[in-house]
Design a protein around this ligand. Structure first.
Ligand code: GLU
Length: 494
């Protein structure tokens, strides 16, 4: 049977470098062995999934040069490739598990479950479903379901013993069954959970080799059990080490820009970013750090995957990018890349209305728009000097803005304006005062192009990175300060 791999992102935010990392390894495996690589969109969380995010993920993967053989945009023999379009399949399979006694209907109310959880937490015991509805006679459960009573479907789990996972990178990993919850498979609204959907889809799509992040290892017993219940052969699992922040915590946007679009906007070459992601878990036989996708495919072997927690370090990525720029681009290539990066109409058009009224000569343009073409401005505490406000006040304002924008999704000018003016009101300060440290962090100067539009053009990741960079220039916020500020932030009215 030919090798089939997949990447299965959930379209719930910005296109994450972790998605590209998993996609890269899955792609290399499929290409090396002459198999196929599939893109599946896991959008069963209807509240959090968006078409915008799905599009951004696909665009970013394409920008990186990652191409799939089957997917929502391309179709293929195992479609549809979007989980929201495969609902009946999950309902049917969950029903089959109930009929065969591997799963059961659970009518417990949300109140009962939250009380149960609170009791379990208090008793410092195991937290999880207690099997209350297992006691229902199947005929009664069917009758209640037929009468329309809301319920979920949960899987049965062995009470004792160990589940042995044969991880292709780590060897045998054992997890005790009493650590595994009676997982909900189908929610009350008829939508599957990830666990049911991933198993049904990987099987029906003929996936033979699953590369995914190591955070999924603890879920693997549930998946293996489902394969056993269905009587299917499970795929081989490769749990890749998680990408980490320099402080070794899991890579998160709070500490490090994680969105592929950030790296695109910062002017990294896609080849270099892909190369760097490859380096995170893999090395060339000759130890050469700079390699292309084709070279990685040619030499790809899962045995060369290393398990140490790889640190995603922007300095190292910049060094590698520099090598790509110096060694791989001739002057024409360099010029072309600059155009694709930012010196093109589609990037410049939204900037023109922000500056045209202020320009007397075209030579004024560079001074007015430099911040659209740079990475992080060079800042010091002096950059934030203000007639009225102390550096401490400025820092507090900037920290509040960072928190407010961390929680804000819609990165268009108008919603940004609403959320930030709301913040200023809540803080009891003028909008202008609130925006002062934002202007400095974003543009390096207290005055610049209109801020909400500027943020929209720069995008969430570069904007957030600059605001954090501004905070750091102000000396950063210590843990103790952060605690105090968090309290004040929570007490804000809006
Ligand atoms: N949708 C899951 C994610 O976003 C995929 C996990 C898997 O590959 O099984 O990470």
């Amino acid at each position: 049977m030919s090798v089939r791999t997949r990447v299965a992102p959930s379209p719930t935010g910005d296109p994450h470098v972790g998605t590209a990392y998993i996609a890269l390894f899955s792609l290399c495996m499929a290409r090396k062995l002459g198999g196929q690589f599939v893109l599946r969109i896991e959008d069963t969380d209807r509240a959090r999934s968006s078409e915008r995010s799905e599009r951004a993920i696909m665009d970013s993967l394409r920008w990186l040069g990652i191409d799939w053989d089957e997917g929502p945009d391309k179709g293929g023999p195992h479609g549809p490739y979007r989980q929201s379009e495969r609902r009946e399949l999950y309902v049917e399979h969950a029903g089959r598990l109930v009929t065969e006694g591997h799963a059961f209907r659970c009518f417990c109310s949300a109140e009962r479950l939250s009380q149960l959880r609170a009791q379990q937490l208090e008793a410092k015991g195991k937290v999880g479903y207690d099997g209350h509805c297992l006691a229902l006679a199947p005929a009664e459960a069917e009758a209640r379901a037929a009468a329309g009573e809301p319920h979920v479907i949960r899987m049965r789990v062995p009470e004792a013993g160990q589940c042995a996972i044969d991880d292709q990178l780590r060897g045998k990993v054992e997890i005790a069954w009493d650590q595994v919850d009676m997982q909900v498979l189908l929610k009350a609204d008829g939508m599957p959970t990830y666990h049911l959907a991933v198993v049904v889809d990987d099987h029906l799509m003929g996936i033979t080799d699953v590369f995914r992040g190591e955070e999924w290892i603890t879920s693997t017993p549930k998946h293996l059990l489902l394969y056993q219940y269905f009587g299917w052969e499970p795929p081989r699992y490769f749990h890749l080490p998680l990408l980490r922040n320099p402080d070794k915590s899991k890579l998160s946007k709070r500490k490090n820009p994680t969105s592929i679009t950030f790296y695109e906007r910062m002017g990294f070459m896609p080849e270099a970013l892909l190369n760097y992601l490859g380096m995170m878990g893999w090395s060339m036989p000759d130890g050469e750090e700079k390699f292309s996708l084709d070279q990685m495919i040619e030499h790809f072997e899962p045995a060369r995957v290393s398990l140490g927690g790889p640190v995603f370090d922007m300095e190292k990525l910049s060094w590698l990018n520099g090598r790509w720029i110096r060694e791989e681009l001739d002057p024409e290539g360099f010029a072309r890349r600059m155009q694709t990066w930012a010196l093109n109409a589609s990037y410049l058009m939204p900037i023109i209305p922000l500056i045209q009224q202020r320009v007397e000569r075209f030579s004024d343009v560079v001074g007015l728009t430099g911040h659209f073409l740079t990475g992080l401005p060079s800042l010091s505490e002096a950059s934030f000097a203000h007639k009225k406000h102390s550096p401490e006040d400025i820092k507090k304002t900037l920290q509040f803005v960072v928190w407010r924008l961390d929680a804000h999704d819609d990165w268009r000018a108008e919603p940004l304006k609403q959320t930030l003016t709301g913040l200023a009101e809540g803080m009891g300060i003028g909008v202008r005062d609130m925006l002062f440290p934002v202007f400095v962090s974003i543009s390096g100067q207290p005055v610049s192009t209109p801020m909400y539009e500027t943020l929209e053009i720069l995008g969430p990741d570069l904007s957030r990175a600059r605001l954090r960079h501004g905070l750091a220039a102000l000396g950063g916020v210590s843990k103790k300060q952060a605690k105090r500020l968090e309290k004040q932030y929570r007490e804000l009215q809006t």
